[in-house]
Structures are given as C-alpha cells and as structure tokens.
Design a binder for this molecule. Structure first.
Ligand SMILES: [Zn+2]
Length: 75
C-alpha cells in the first residue's frame, strides 16, 4: 500500500543518527526497532501513521477527475 510513495525501513541506531530522531510530518520521536517510511516525493522520513495519511491524500488527488475544471474552461 505504501509502495509507490514510501519505502519502509526498520529504524536502527545508524539510521537514527543519519536521518534524525523525528518524523518530518508530526515530529513524533522514532524508536529503534520501529518502522520508518522514507518519502520518495519529499526525501524525508515519516512515521507509519503519517505515511498512511499522506498516501491516502496523494492517491485521492490523483484518482479524482476534475469535472468542474473542464466545465469552467469552456467560458
Ligand atoms: Zn508522523
């Protein structure tokens, strides 16, 4: 589900030191052993909850057909 937008990575000490301890979206602290998600669009790490929310909003945006825009462009 997160494959297109995020890469799941297991946090370890090295990764924590390299990327910092906090989710870039909600600033929750990562813990060693939990999963962090690398954002392929914005090149940052976020937590599982934020990855899910961001995936949903991105999928929503791309699947919506902007019918109103088509009508508006006629005028
Ligand atoms: Zn987060």
């Amino acid at each position: 589900m997160t494959g297109r937008h995020f890469v799941e990575q297991r946090m370890d000490e090295q990764l924590l030191e390299r990327v910092g301890c906090y989710c870039s979206e909600c600033y929750r602290e990562f813990r060693i052993g939990e999963s962090a998600y690398y954002d392929l669009h914005e090149y940052r790490y976020v937590c599982g909850g934020c990855a899910e929310n961001l995936t949903q909003s991105r999928e929503g945006e791309s699947s919506e057909i902007p019918e109103e825009m088509n009508e508006a462009s006629l005028f």
